[in-house]
Every structure is written in structure tokens, then in C-alpha cells.
Design a protein around this ligand. Structure first.
Ligand code: ADP
Ligand code: GN1
Ligand code: MG
Length: 375
């Protein structure tokens, strides 16, 4: 896959002018720390007042049908806005993403170079965090993602586009890893023997959630599918999770995948790419708060889902670890990387998190039980 490369301010000015924004372009710069899309903060002067916009180049190697992604996002954001309006919420453009259409009225701009761009209202007075700051914050994060699941739960007819099929299918992700090991196109398998062995030793658990789903014990729902900590914006004044972002993967899935990914990112004691593994472990104070916030919001959970909450944390963390490992073996073609070995560092933190969660499995089960008992 080709690198998309960064756009210059001059290019950004041209692209931004394709959207329904008014006033004078002031500047644009790379923004945020997402691994997939290219994100820019754009500044305009509108009647003398400075306005920000969020401009994103959709990674079309990852999302091969950008128009489907944008159709989903338009539907999801309008649906949430309508619900918030009905509740009497006043600051709707801070509480959900709002797409700014192109001058032709489309939700995405396809430029001459073949890139796909979208623009959002910039949510001010709130930010995302790459690492959790406090247990209270973890609780608010759990609650915000549960609220999001509630709001999109009735977006079933017609079914949303599956923007990445089999996204969290751990068995398939493991098969892809095995093919990458077999091929070993970059002669890197020798560097990650221990990691491969760690994954292989646990492969009998990879099908557990999808098997239970096939048996009807766990329902399919509309879910976010990428509930990492930095995909929710927290209000600067109140700390509350006011706006769930990064909606590319909102599609049918399991609520447990969302809970699992919250645990992966919001209970971690260190950054996702920390090299000192002694700092990497899952914090039970954070897990307790997260579970409490999530369970309070997710009153819809069935018995089957409740049984698997703690397990889902290990499974999703393992799945993301497998994906980082696979990308390392395939030559770093999927996730944005900033240094050689970045994906292997990320893989190691994920596997360390899995080990930490395994060691604390009993405690995690007890915490989940207590959280469920209070709602
Ligand atoms: P990626 O898919 O690459 O993770 P995101 O959509 O998550 O991209 O955006 C990357 C970062 O940009 C987010 O983590 C957040 O900090 C910031 N961001 C995204 N959308 C907005 C918005 N509408 N307003 C303000 N900041 C935003
Ligand atoms: C990517 O886009 P971002 O950075 O929020 C990835 C997730 C991974 C995550 C790992 C579409 O999320 O699935 O869990 O990196 N998104 C996609 O940090 O693959
Ligand atoms: Mg993101």
C-alpha cells in the first residue's frame, strides 16, 4: 500500500474550498494521533472571527468504499442529532459529529489525485486523551460509549454498510497472521518468535464470542467497533464524554467488542507503544470505574453478554495485538507508523496487557459482578 503523505497548507486550502465553508482560509496543520486517517485542523477567518474545522483524508486503502463509510456516518450523525434534539439538548454540534457537505451537497469530496476527503464541525472546549488520567475519567468514558450504543441501537433497517467485513473476527485475524508468518516477506518472523508462541498458545479461545453469537446466546447490535480512549472527546469544563468520534466502523457488531476495546485502552497504565514493558499492565482501579460507568449506561445487556464482559477485554486486546504483529510481518502497511519497529512495540504492549488481564482474571470477574449488581 502506498503512503498517503501529508498535504501542504496550499493543498489544504484548495481541498477545504470544496466544502460549504465561508470566509478566508488562514491555515491548516496535522492534528491528533489516530492510526488510520490523515487529520488536519483548518482555521478560517469568518467575518473576523476565527473558526476551526476538522478536515480528514479517509484512508482509502483501509476503507476501500469511502462512499459507504460516509453514507453510514451521515445516517448515524443525523440519527443521533435528532435524538438529542428530541431530548432538548442545546449544544448538539458538540455532542455529535456534524459533517459539512461539499458545495455539491455530497458528504465526501473526491479530489483529482484520487483522495477522499470529509469535513466536520470542530468540537471546541473538549479533547481526546491517549492515556487515562483518573478512575473518574474511566467511569465517564464507559458511560459515554454506553450512551452511544443506546443511541444507535435502533439503526437496524436498512443494515448499515459493513465498512470492514469481519473486523473483529479473531479467528480470521489469526489465520491472516499465520499466512504472514508463512510468507515472512520481510524476514521479520525471527524477531517475534516469543510473541507468535504467546498468540498460538491461546488460539483455542479466539472463536468464543462469535460461536456464542451464532448460537443466539449473544446478540448482534449496532456498535462503534473502535472505542479506544482517544475516540471520545471529553469536555474541558466537566470532564464528561460529550462526543463519540471516529465513526468509520459503526456497523453491526457485538457490544462486547466495544467494551473490550475500552478496557484495552482505558485500563492501560502506559502508552500503546511504550517500550518499557514493566510499565505496561491493566489497572484494576480503572477497570472497576470503567465497568461501573459502562454497566450503568448499558442496561440492555443480556445474560450472555454479561458473562463475557471480562473475557472480552482479553479477546479484543489479543485481537489488536495480532493485528499489530501481522502488520509488522507484512511490512507496516496498515497502521500509521512513526519509527522502525513501531508495530512490534505496539504488539508487545498488547500481549503484555493480555497477560496482565489473565493474571487478574478472577478479580475482573468479581468487579464485573459488582458493577452489574448496582444497576
Ligand atoms: P483516526 O481514524 O485516524 O483515528 P479520528 O477520526 O479518530 O482519526 O481523528 C483523529 C483525532 O482528531 C481524534 O483523536 C481527535 O483528537 C481529533 N478529532 C477528530 N474529530 C474531531 C472533531 N470533530 N473536533 C475536534 N477534534 C477532532
Ligand atoms: C485504529 O483509527 P484509530 O487510531 O482510532 C484501528 C483500530 C485499532 C486501533 C489500535 C479502522 O484505530 O481498529 O484498534 O487503531 N482502526 C481501524 O490503536 O483499523
Ligand atoms: Mg481515532
Amino acid at each position: 500500500m502506498a503512503e498517503l503523505g501529508k498535504a501542504t497548507p496550499e493543498e489544504l486550502k484548495g481541498i477545504a474550498s470544496a466544502f460549504q465553508v465561508y470566509g478566508d482560509f488562514v491555515g491548516g496543520c496535522p492534528y491528533g494521533s489516530g492510526h488510520i486517517n490523515d487529520t488536519y485542523q483548518i482555521t478560517y477567518s469568518v467575518g473576523g472571527a476565527k473558526m476551526h474545522y476538522l478536515l480528514q483524508r479517509i484512508n482509502h486503502h483501509v476503507f476501500t468504499q469511502p462512499q459507504n463509510v460516509q453514507q453510514n456516518i451521515l445516517r448515524v450523525t443525523r440519527h443521533i442529532a435528532a435524538k438529542l434534539r428530541a431530548q432538548g439538548v442545546e449544544d448538539i454540534s458538540r455532542r455529535t459529529l456534524t459533517l459539512i457537505l461539499t458545495r455539491e451537497g455530497e458528504p465526501v469530496h473526491h479530489d483529482d489525485a484520487g483522495n477522499w476527503w470529509r469535513m466536520y464541525v470542530f468540537v471546541e472546549g473538549a479533547k481526546t486523551y491517549d492515556q487515562i488520567q483518573s478512575a473518574h475519567q474511566a467511569e465517564l468514558v464507559g458511560e459515554a460509549f454506553a450512551d452511544f450504543q443506546n443511541m444507535v441501537s435502533d439503526l437496524t433497517d436498512p443494515r448499515l454498510h459493513e465498512t470492514i467485513p469481519h473486523f473483529h473476527d479473531t479467528v480470521r485475524r489469526f489465520e491472516t497472521l499465520q499466512q504472514a508468518i508463512q510468507k515472512d516477506a520481510f524476514n521479520r518472523a525471527k524477531d517475534v518468535r516469543e510473541e507468535i508462541a504467546f498468540v498460538e498458545a491461546r488460539s483455542d479461545t479466539f472463536g468464543r464470542l462469535l460461536e456464542r453469537c451464532a448460537k443466539g446466546e449473544i446478540p448482534e447490535r449496532v456498535t462503534h467497533n473502535d472505542t479506544k480512549l482517544n475516540n471520545v472527546m471529553l469536555d474541558d469544563a466537566t470532564g464528561r464524554g460529550i462526543c463519540v468520534i471516529d465513526l468509520d466502523t459503526v456497523m453491526p457488531g457485538l457490544a462486547l467488542y466495544d467494551f473490550g476495546d475500552m478496557c484495552r485502552t482505558s485500563t492501560a497504565n502506559a502508552a500503546e507503544d511504550e517500550r518499557d514493558l514493566s510499565k505496561v499492565y491493566s489497572r484494576m482501579d480503572m477497570f472497576e470505574a470503567l465497568a461501573k460507568g459502562y454497566c450503568r449506561g448499558a442496561k440492555f445487556l443480556t445474560a450472555g453478554e454479561k458473562e463475557e464482559l471480562a473475557f472480552s477485554a482479553r479477546l479484543i486486546t489479543m485481537t489488536i495485538g495480532i493485528r499489530f504483529l501481522t502488520d509488522y510481518l507484512q511490512g507496516d502497511v496498515y497502521f500509521n507508523v512513526k519509527r522502525p519497529g513501531h508495530n512490534v512495540d505496539r504488539c508487545r504492549t498488547q500481549l503484555k496487557m493480555v497477560r496482565s488481564m489473565e493474571e487478574q482474571a478472577e478479580q475482573m470477574e468479581a468487579i464485573v459482578k459488582a458493577a452489574l449488581a448496582t444497576v
